[in-house]
Design a protein around this ligand. Structure first.
Ligand SMILES: Cc1ncc(C[n+]2csc(CCOP(=O)(O)OP(=O)(O)O)c2C)c(N)n1
Ligand SMILES: [Mg+2]
Length: 623
């Protein structure tokens, strides 16, 4: 009698072989889940995972310059693929591993699947401490990879090769779950990666993970429809979940039929085109006048596919109607219950389709439709005013956004993440395609932009990708320009140089702190502070040094010419534009809770503290 068939492989070879055979299917469309493996080799993964990848070239290996960057690229790829495809990321032990922690947090916060495979210290321990091992006097069962626990949706350490199969199935369950997905970490001790085991052949068979579309529970759906019919000033807020579930058509139908206005969070922007009659644009701290006015008056908020973070809710001050109620449509129960909402735990597309049906011809009043139309027109006129400003040089950031937006085609993608750009893009960018706007604002991680742009380009190389990045973010991580050259994946990077942190500088000024420590200036011997001359940074030379084509633009005409030139280029192009950091896009009736010191020797701080205490009174708790 012979037992079940087995294959003798190292733990790392088994892992790579398993990744190759994983597929996903949604709505009858099937595809491989893993597009490849990102990595940087060291002694902690070279001979294990590295050798396994060498033996399995079908699973393509990509070298990055920085482990954080490769995880950003992987997360961006997953987002641009509506979470139906992903990358694994391999690192050595120690610093290579911990470099991934920041981007892992970003992936988990943004609910994006990424499989992290950090190398780990020896399971057999006899040669400890190995190079880069952090020792703890209180336990030998600890390594720096324990840092991944709070930032992962699933975490495991494979201390014996026979532990691998069950860990892999758990990893896939989480990565492909719309509600659970995020970073998954399998820490791989360096010695165990190279150990052989007789793995059951069944582990490597082609496996297709069905991505479910969970329908709403009938009773709650009926109640939600009842609340909507009774509402006089309803407002829909859309988040990333609407885009991931490909719910644009369902949303369009429901919004047109009912006349309910639709406000966009950062992750939801683009689900409806900017000129859709019910699209009232950005909401919250980085929102515009139309959405924020409607939020303030709404008696029912239908929040679909959003985490309701403090930006869309304006630190819980956005909704001021005394009787306002919430219906939350979300695959994650924890999001569905936020703000004591009626929890419609469901896939966004199915829920919107079923609500549309259940509403049976309901529409908001003609007065409300007219008000929504008027607020939209007023807000669009304001956007026109800002993007056409025609001042400078130096140009305003709004004008640069207008010029880039005007130049791009409907399917092109804009990518950004931190600084003043996300807020300005949220308000001003006119999106024409559900995948045309990619701003990472769950973690707002400086350094995401270029790496993220690379991930977006990998997901759909047919699209032109425009990365808009501040000088601060660029300095933090421009390294993946090199990777874009290596892979022939062209990005157009528009670098907005305002000599430092305009966003944080503005925030600092608004808190009475005068912009302390937010500009890129020499230390001034006279004051002992960083208020000397502007530092002489040459970003174009820097970009050229990394292999990009680089050009500087001063006027709007220069910028338009540079965009034409970039379009004709085959390699990554960096356009450096100096912008006026003091010319900011205003806020539109919103507030963000950033605590001001309760006591201070600075009179300016004491004054702002008094205003702060008044503003905080608008924060509401929904219980
Ligand atoms: C990794 C990281 N560190 C710090 C911050 C805090 N922060 C937010 S915006 C910002 C300044 C960004 O500067 P820049 O990219 O030049 O954009 P600008 O503010 O000038 O528009 C900082 C330091 C952050 N978001 N991410
Ligand atoms: Mg800057």
């Amino acid at each position: 009698m012979s037992g079940p068939k087995t294959i003798r492989l190292t733990m790392a070879q088994a892992l790579v072989r398993f990744l190759r055979s994983q597929h996903v299917e949604r709505d009858g469309r099937e595809q491989p889940f893993f597009a490849g493996v990102w990595g940087i080799f060291g002694h902690g993964n070279l001979a294990g995972i590295g050798q396994a990848l060498q033996e399995n070239p079908e699973l393509r290996y990509y070298t990055a310059r920085n482990e954080q960057a490769m995880v950003h690229a992987a997360a961006a790829f997953a987002r641009a693929s509506n979470r139906l495809r992903a990358f694994a990321c391999t690192s050595s032990i120690g610093p290579g591993a911990t470099n991934m922690v920041t981007a892992a947090a970003g992936a988990t916060i943004n609910r994006l699947p990424v499989l992290l495979l950090p190398g780990d210290i020896f399971a057999r321990r006899n040669v400890a401490p190995v190079l880069q091992q952090l020792e703890a006097p209180w336990s030998q069962d600890v390594s720096v990879n324990d840092c991944f626990k709070p930032v992962s949706r699933y975490w495991d350490r494979i201390n014996r090769p026979d532990q691998l199969p069950s860990a892999l199935l758990e990893a896939m369950r989480v990565l492909t779950s719309p509600a659970e997905t995020g970073a998954v970490t399998l820490a791989l001790p360096q010695d165990v990666q190279a150990e052989a085991f007789d793995y059951p052949a069944a582990l490597f068979e082609r496996r297709v993970w069905h991505i479910p579309r969970m329908p709403p529970e009938a009773e709650l759906l009926a109640r939600a429809a009842g609340w909507m019919r009774a509402a006089r000033r309803p407002l829909i807020i859309i988040g990333g979940g609407v885009i991931y579930s490909e719910a644009s058509e369902a949303l369009d139908r429901l919004a047109r039929a009912t006349g309910i206005p639709v406000a966009e969070t950062q992750a939801g922007k683009g689900a409806l085109p900017w000129d859709h009659p019910q699209n009232v644009g950005a909401i919250g701290v980085s929102g515009g006048s139309a959405a924020n006015t409607l939020a303030g008056e709404a008696d029912l908020v239908i929040a679909a596919g959003t985490r309701l973070g403090d930006f869309p809710t304006a630190s819980k001050t956005a909704f001021q109607d005394s009787g306002v109620r919430f219906v939350n449509i979300n695959v994650a129960e924890s999001d569905a219950h936020k703000q004591a909402a009626l929890p419609l735990a469901a896939d966004a597309r199915i829920a919107l389709e079923q609500l549309d049906e259940a509403l049976g011809g309901y529409s908001v009043s003609a007065d409300y439709r007219a008000r929504v139309g008027a607020l939209r027109r007023e807000w669009q006129a304001e956007v026109d005013r800002l993007v056409k400003a025609g001042q400078g040089p130096p140009l305003s950031q709004a004008e640069v956004i207008g010029a880039v937006n005007g130049f791009t085609g409907p399917r092109d993608v804009v990518v950004s993440a931190a600084g003043s750009l996300p807020g300005d893009l949220h308000k001003l960018w006119r999106t024409r395609d559900p995948k045309g706007y990619h701003v990472e604002y769950g973690y707002s991680c400086m350094g995401y932009e270029i790496a993220g742009g690379l991930g977006v380009k990998m997901a759909d190389p047919e699209r032109e990708v425009y990365v808009m990045v501040g000088d601060g973010s660029y300095l933090m991580m421009a390294s993946e320009i090199v990777t874009s050259i290596q892979e022939g994946l062209k990005l157009t990077i528009v670098l907005l140089d305002n000599h430092g942190f305009s966003s944080i500088g503005g925030l600092s000024q608004s808190l009475g702190l005068g912009g302390f420590g937010t500009q890129y200036r020499y230390r001034n011997p006279a004051t002992g502070q960083l208020d000397g001359d502007v530092l002489p940074l040459d970003f174009a030379a820097n970009a050229r040094g990394l292999g990009a084509y680089a050009v500087r633009a001063v006027t709007r005409d220069d910028l338009c010419r540079a965009l034409e030139e970039a379009k004709a280029q085959e390699r990554t192009t960096v356009i450096v534009v100096e912008v006026d950091g003091e010319q900011r896009v205003p806020a539109y009736g919103s507030w963000w809770d950033v605590p001001v010191p309760e006591v201070s020797q600075m009179e300016s701080v004491r004054r702002v503290r008094a205003e702060y205490e008044r503003s905080r009174q608008d924060e509401r708790s929904f219980l």
